[in-house]
Design a protein around this ligand. Structure first.
Ligand code: SAH
Length: 395
């Protein structure tokens, strides 16, 4: 039998002998696989399918085992390698010494009075991220995060205040989705997924792509249709073609109708692409016959909610097949913007509708658990005295 572990490259505790030969050190085998730090475990949920296949080959394991393990991770949502009961016990033990599933050890669920559930996941390095389950009539939408904090600095968004801590890794995004499935009642199922949580999804593109693969893959993944998935961007125009290639829906957070106002409200995003070039990229976006773009527009009282703003918005979107989601500003401590009255919101909507634009008003859900748009982020220090009810903590 071939000697596959090279002394000197292998940590002593990783040299095992087993049925198929010697288990190659995981670190050794993974020059282009997501690497674990020495002394830490590799997260299996962080592997794409090709990476899992490569890993399986490196172990001299039968090829079918790649999909077998991925199915355990995605479809059966196991949290421990020991739960992969159709793997020989011996292999499970060996694998457990150098790898882990990669699920968060702690998930706290905050339940809003309106039924919205906000999941707080503690990551391996102690940071916390948020995902939100939002019920609405027949729909149950899951909103997931792609970064801890955000690299953009939109003045109306709480996440923007945190700065970018780091990009989320694949296993951390998938973990949000699997954890949300774990908290569902038996008669519930998630109908839609939106990348509208913390962070800018297009700034973490490789992870976004791999997450969409895990969501849509049928043999081992969650088997979703791409139509149920929406990626939202603050306007990274040069990357829109990559979203198009994913076949998912695209939402663009426009929020302003003049270059000057957009620069004021969304300085970093405007730096990356002007309003003009963003809209040009939107016009070029290849839509299939059943698709249209979504434009999101946060309504800030007295700032961008006037009828002149609405009229400019109509002009800007004229030649684009799209709908508009108006999001009345959700307040958070320390923000100097205000939410327009319901009447003002309706007036803004009617200007758009009268011009033939399909326009919807986003209901604000989960505001009492700070789970609404723009409310995800670190409120430490000035958390308001709201009745937050952690209903579940799981290990
Ligand atoms: N960075 C991406 C993904 C986040 S989506 C993006 O900007 O699209 C979050 C959505 O909530 C965006 O449309 C954003 O414009 C909106 N938003 C941010 N802060 C808000 C707030 N305080 N109230 C209402 N909507 C807000």
């Amino acid at each position: 039998m071939e000697e596959v572990s090279r002394p000197g490259h292998v940590h002593g505790h990783m040299r095992f002998s087993f049925r198929y030969g010697r288990l190659l050190s995981i670190e050794d085998a993974m020059t282009d696989l997501p690497m674990a730090q020495p002394g830490t475990l590799t997260n299996l949920l962080g592997f794409t399918e090709p990476q899992m296949e490569k890993f399986i080959r490196s172990q001299r394991w039968p090829e079918y085992r790649a999909k077998q393990i991925l199915r355990w991770l995605y479809q059966r949502r196991i949290r421990a390698i020991s739960d992969m009961t159709d793997l020989p016990m011996h292999d499970r033990l060996l694998l457990s010494r150098s790898a882990a599933v990669g699920r968060s050890a702690q998930v706290t669920v905050l339940r809003s009075q309106d039924g919205t559930r906000k999941l707080l996941l503690t990551l391996g390095d102690g940071m916390t991220i948020e995902a939100v389950l939002i019920p609405d009539d027949e729909r149950l939408t899951l909103c997931v995060s792609t970064q801890v904090g955000c690299l953009l600095d939109c003045g109306f968004c709480l996440t923007g205040r945190m700065g970018l801590q780091r990009n989320l890794k694949l296993h951390e995004v998938i973990d949000q989705i699997l954890s949300a499935h774990d908290v569902l009642a038996s008669d519930e199922h998630i109908t839609n997924l939106v990348f509208m949580g913390m962070g800018e999804p297009l700034a973490n593109l490789e992870t976004l792509k791999a997450t969409v693969t895990g969501l849509t893959n049928k043999p081992w993944g969650l088997g979703w249709s791409r139509r149920r998935i929406t990626v939202s961007t603050a306007g990274l125009a040069s990357r829109l073609t990559e979203v198009a290639a994913l076949g998912v829906n695209l939402a663009v957070s426009l929020n302003a109708t003049t270059e000057e106002q957009r620069r004021e409200l969304m300085p970093a995003a405007s730096e990356l692409a002007s309003l003009r070039s963003l809209l040009a990229a939107c016009r070029r976006y290849p839509l299939t016959s059943h698709q249209r773009l979504t434009f999101e527009y946060v309504l800030l009282a007295g700032v961008n909610d006037q009828s002149a703003d609405a009229r400019r918005l109509v002009q800007l979107l004229k030649s684009i097949r799209c709908k508009v989601n108006l999001i009345p500003f959700n307040e958070f401590p320390g923000s100097h913007f205000h939410r327009p009255s319901a009447q003002e919101v309706l007036r803004f909507q009617s200007v758009l509708r009268d011009a033939g634009l399909d326009t919807f008003i986003r209901k604000s859900r989960g505001r009492d658990v700070f789970g609404a748009c723009g409310q995800l982020g670190d409120l430490s220090g000035n958390r308001p005295s709201l009745a937050l009810t952690p209903i579940e903590t799981r290990c």
